[in-house]
Design a protein around this ligand. Structure first.
Ligand code: SAH
Ligand code: MG
Length: 211
């Protein structure tokens, strides 16, 4: 199954950092897991304006499953004013801080995903601190500092169900291609733990499966 025309149109209008080839890989993995017997919601760390959420949400919606997407909506270091990926349109003029929540809301409404995607606003460690459910597919695309990535690994990855998927974005083996935190603090530790095997690579997206 492909993304339907309506969701494609919304995707084309949605700001974000997920190239279509990677989104499709995420979509196919989500479809497979949603049709499998692996229970639990899909969890995304790092919603931003909801680009990747459309792909995950479309797969979940078709199977009657849920997605939980977590973000404090204040942006990562590299998306703050003065940094390479900054977009002044997502700054709230009242606070002068980034606020991507209204954009996410608009994406979920336009893509008809309000009944499939639960948007949680909070820091990833705070949300993880009240989380106890098994996760069928975890997509980590949040803070890319070493400490944040390590915290995401330690606090979220243990919840991935046996047979479940761990998807990691912005994994670069070579420092000249990009930041090393997702590679060093999430991807490597997951493989080195012996609990995960790599299933596929698309761009900087890595898909692992828990044994
Ligand atoms: N998946 C998105 C891109 C995410 S960008 C897409 O496909 O377009 C990374 C996001 O992680 C940002 O929106 C930022 O606010 C969020 N983030 C960074 N560190 C975080 C933290 N510690 N807790 C919650 N969200 C965080
Ligand atoms: Mg990313």
């Amino acid at each position: 199954m492909q993304l339907d025309e309506e969701k494609r149109r919304v995707l084309a209008e949605t700001k974000g950092f997920m190239p279509d080839v990677e989104g499709e890989a995420l979509f196919f993995a989500a479809q497979e897991i949603c049709e499998s017997s692996v229970a639990g919601p899909i969890v995304e760390i790092g919603s931003y304006c909801g680009r990747s959420t459309i792909w995950l949400g479309a797969a979940a919606q078709a199977a009657g499953r849920l997605v939980v997407t977590v973000d404090h909506h204040r942006g990562s270091e590299e998306t703050q004013a003065g940094w390479e990926h900054h977009d002044p349109d997502v700054v709230d003029p009242r606070t002068q801080k980034m606020d991507t929540l209204p954009f996410l809301r608009r994406t979920l409404f336009d893509a008809d995903l309000e009944d499939t995607v639960i948007a949680v606003v909070g820091t990833s460690p705070n949300v993880a601190a009240v989380w106890s459910k098994e996760i069928s597919m975890l997509f980590i695309d949040g803070g890319h500092g070493a400490e944040q990535a390590a915290t995401d690994y330690g606090s979220w990855v243990p919840h991935v169900a046996s047979g479940g998927v761990l998807a990691i974005h912005d994994v670069f083996a070579d420092p000249s291609e990009g930041g090393q935190a997702p590679h060093d603090e999430i991807y490597r530790p997951a493989l080195d733990s012996g609990e995960f095997v790599e299933v596929s690579r698309t761009g900087s997206l890595r898909l692992l499966r828990r044994l």
